[in-house]
Design a protein around this ligand. Structure first.
Ligand code: ZN
Length: 242
């Protein structure tokens, strides 16, 4: 199994693999992640794709594997030197790295974000941020902070971004999000109380939408869409979802 990247583009082929440099790293499950030099011409029979466009072209399983390779590669390339003293890191315990000078240890990690779909009788509370495509509304999301439980992060984000309180919080599913190193943790919740006051710094518009008159939804790639399909009684979530 191989995942091959040139810049931030993924090389895809069917049949005979192209000639490749030695893998930049080998993941614990054996996946070989290769880094091809930027200037190297793309060989005949190889398609060079951005990870987002590769979704829908590759089989889901292959896309997930490529995304996993990308997350590890990004982590590996951003952790060559000690963040505390600048010394070059050496291999450490299991998949980690260790600083021979000051002893700092680092381990591959993803940035954890929470996303929550809020509903009340027959309606969903959706919001749009200024960087969404025109007309698209989604569930609210934000990064969990160090020292915070995921549930606390959900309540905090909802209060900060929308000004309302929720209850009956329930886990939905998670999704590795390789742009570049995220883990999205999805929840469902019910509206409790409070007046809708979107944070103008992050939210361009937020409103209640009737389930039978939803706006344009995010692409099928994202857990946000899986949550909405679930609210509509349909399933788009991947095999690992409960
Ligand atoms: Zn150090």
């Amino acid at each position: 199994m191989k995942a091959v990247f040139q810049g931030n583009r993924l090389w895809c082929w069917t049949g005979q693999a192209p000639d490749l440099p030695e893998p930049a790293l080998v993941l614990p499950d054996g996946l070989q992640v290769h880094r091809v030099p930027e200037g190297m011409p793309v060989p005949a029979g190889v398609q060079s794709l951005g990870l987002r466009e590769a979704h829908g072209i590759l089989a889901q399983e292959d896309w997930l594997r490529a995304g996993r390779g990308w997350q590890w590669l990004v982590w590996s390339e951003a952790h060559r030197h000690c963040g505390a003293c600048g010394t070059r890191l050496e291999p450490g315990e299991t998949t980690g790295r260790k600083c021979p000078a000051c002893g700092l240890q680092v381990f591959p990690a993803a940035a954890t974000a929470v996303i929550v779909l809020i509903r009340r009788e027959g309606e969903l509370l959706l919001a749009r941020s200024p960087h969404f495509k025109p007309g698209v509304y989604s569930a609210v999301a934000g990064f969990a902070e160090p020292g915070e439980a995921l549930e606390q992060a959900v309540h905090r984000e909802v209060m900060e971004e929308l000004g309302v309180r929720i209850h009956r919080l329930a886990y939905f599913s998670s999704q590795p999000w390789p742009f570049p190193n995220g883990l999205m943790v999805g929840f469902k919740a019910e509206y409790l109380d409070g007046e809708l006051r979107p944070d103008p710094g992050e939210i361009e518009d937020a409103r209640w939408f009737s389930l039978d008159r939803l706006p344009e939804l995010p692409g099928e790639l994202s857990i946000a869409r899986w949550l909405m399909e679930d609210a509509l009684g349909r399933r788009l979530a991947p095999s690992w979802a409960p």
